[in-house]
Ligand binder design. Structure first.
Ligand code: TPP
Ligand code: MG
Length: 307
């Protein structure tokens, strides 16, 4: 009788069997982040899709100590954990503290507590998984929602008024706000570049003091695209210049990923997602919005030297 040896399965720090949607960008990014942080990490997680899908009572997908306490509290809980570890003499390199949450928890509701944590200079890595809306409660707009996106609180319409385009507020520039707190390490990336995520997390934990990493994580049901397109959309976001890969050390922009010489136009990014479907219609208002979004990408390319 032939014998079969079972392949040894790798024990992930964020295990499969969680309840996120197929193709969820946030779960792919979160696994990449915790693998780069390593097993000696304590996580404080804000409320949102990542929390809900990985911790339905009495189960947990996490292979490290993990705490959830309210939507807005990830930074404050992380501060408490850091203080407890420090008072026990467990320094940052030995046990790391990771605070993480969605864009709603980061850009909006938890922002005051994050600002306080940064101001106090605590050795904590904060990761924002930016799916550009309050996904867990049904895709309401947050201040990370980009111009022209249809959400449940900024629905697109058929009229000629600006309301028809979906969101007509510009995305908040949290990277700039993090830099204003004089953080030693601030970075932006997308789930299209998993090696980049790992490298940035490693740099963040090597840098003493607070650090901030923002990762664009496409949301299959919210952005309305097929689940096998998540990484491709993350790549296009960076390659068009709409969501550039950036790295700041000690306040200086030290690394960017250049856009391709034949830079893809924003239409390629927009038409891959149902949330922008209304902008591809043949009318003046829609055409003006595409032009405006292309201008946002062009401005980024100039501002961050992406050519
Ligand atoms: C104080 C408070 N307000 C509102 C809610 C409801 N709520 C739970 S998760 C969530 C959305 C989270 O959005 P985000 O932080 O972007 O994470 P995502 O689900 O998109 O990953 C909201 C509004 C809550 N739990 N607590
Ligand atoms: Mg969100």
């Amino acid at each position: 009788m032939p014998t079969t040896t079972k392949p040894k399965s790798k024990k992930h720090l964020l295990a499969s069997g969680h309840r996120a949607c197929a193709g969820c960008g946030q779960l792919i990014a979160a696994r990449t982040v915790i693998e780069a942080m390593g097993p000696n990490t304590v996580i404080a997680n804000g409320t949102g899709c990542l929390e809900v899908t990985t911790s339905p009572y009495p189960e947990s997908s996490w292979g490290v100590p993990w705490i959830h306490s309210l939507f807005e509290n990830a930074a404050a809980v992380a501060s408490g954990v850091r203080a407890a570890l420090d008072s026990k003499g467990v320094k940052g390199k030995k046990t790391r503290v990771l605070a993480q949450g969605g864009d709603g928890g980061t850009f909006d509701i938890g922002f005051g507590l994050i600002s306080g944590m940064w101001e106090r200079g605590e050795d904590i890595t904060y990761v924002c998984y930016d799916n550009e809306a309050y996904a867990n409660t049904g895709m309401q707009a947050s201040t990370a929602t980009p111009w022209g996106s249809s959400t449940t609180t900024t629905p697109s319409g058929s009229g000629k008024s600006i309301d028809a385009i979906g969101s007509h507020l510009r995305k908040k520039d949290i990277v700039a706000i993090a830099l204003a707190h004089r953080l030693n390490y601030v970075a932006q990336t997308t789930v299209g570049y998993l090696e980049d995520i790992k490298a940035k997390v490693k740099k963040a934990i090597e840098t003493p003091g607070p650090s901030y990493i923002q990762i664009m994580v496409p949301c299959v049901p919210g952005w309305k695209f097929p689940p096998d397109q998540t990484l491709q959309i993350g790549k296009l976001a960076a390659q068009t210049g709409l969501y550039p890969l950036l790295e700041y050390e000690n306040g200086e922009l030290t690394n960017v990923m250049k856009v391709p010489t034949k830079t893809p136009k924003v239409d390629n990014y927009l038409k891959a997602q149902g949330r922008f479907k209304h902008l591809l219609e043949n009318n003046k208002l829609a055409k003006e919005q595409i032009k405006y979004i292309q201008q946002i990408a062009n401005d980024n390319i100039k501002k961050y030297g992406l050519k």
